[in-house]
Design a protein. Structure first.
Length: 233
């Protein structure tokens, strides 16, 4: 059987169509989502989402919109997809355990597919990251919302149980995220203040060195003048 050549345009068109379906009609998408078919298709979807997020991160960094420790310029384009590939399998394992404890009968592949397609939120959350504190909180709420929908439509978990479990997890993540941002901003202010003090100290030392050099030059000229006066006597 002849293998079909890889068509990048077709792949990107498929990813775009899937992304639009997930964002605009998440309930219908997860209700109709295939539960088998391997990991390649959802993996490609995650990688594309990672590249888009990396491009956005790079653009924001270039124009001076910083993300704290996430400001990685061009490296973001490489690091985001790698992070998603590795984190996707780890995250799927965590979701698989959570859903199993909640009563799901679905496989690890199903958990992976759910997590992979929810990665459509990555570019959106990258943009929301421009808003201090509130942006990350909104991003977590979006994740919780999509996880609840996946729980209900794919894993057949009651909505109250899904909202309770993922709501608690989301609340904890919001608290940790906001406290982390506060700590990072305080650290950034301290670093900036230390840098400013070092610059002021450096300028003061430079000025003092120039004054000492000027005094030494004046002393040298005075000594030469005294020597000339002695020679003329």
């Amino acid at each position: 059987m002849e293998q079909k050549p890889f068509d990048l345009g077709s792949v990107l068109a498929s990813v775009q169509k899937t992304a639009m379906s997930v964002v605009t009609s998440p309930s219908a998408f997860f209700r109709e989502m295939p539960k088998t078919g391997g990991f390649v298709e959802p993996l490609i979807f995650m990688v594309v989402m990672g590249i888009i997020s990396g491009l956005l991160q790079t653009i924001f960094s270039i124009v001076g919109l910083h993300f704290g420790f996430m400001a990685m310029t061009a490296w973001a384009i490489i690091l985001f997809p790698i992070y998603l590939i590795i984190g996707g399998f780890i995250g799927a394992a965590i979701l698989f355990v959570i859903w199993k404890l909640m009563g799901s009968q679905e496989s690890y592949e199903v958990a992976y597919r759910c997590g992979a397609y929810i990665s459509v939120l990555m570019p959106i959350i990258t943009v929301l990251g421009l808003i201090p504190y509130l942006g990350s909180a909104i991003g977590i709420v979006l994740y919780v919302y999509f996880l609840v929908i996946a729980s209900m439509e794919v894993h057949k978990i009651p909505s109250q149980k899904a909202w309770l479990v993922f709501g608690i997890i989301g609340a904890i993540l919001i608290i940790l995220n906001i406290s982390g941002q506060i700590t990072a901003r305080r650290y950034s202010k301290q670093v900036n203040k230390f840098r400013q003090n070092m610059e002021e100290t450096s300028k003061a030392m430079k000025k003092q060195a120039e004054q000492m050099q000027q005094q030494a030059e004046e002393a040298r000229k005075a000594a030469e003048e005294m020597q000339r006066q002695q020679e003329t006597k």
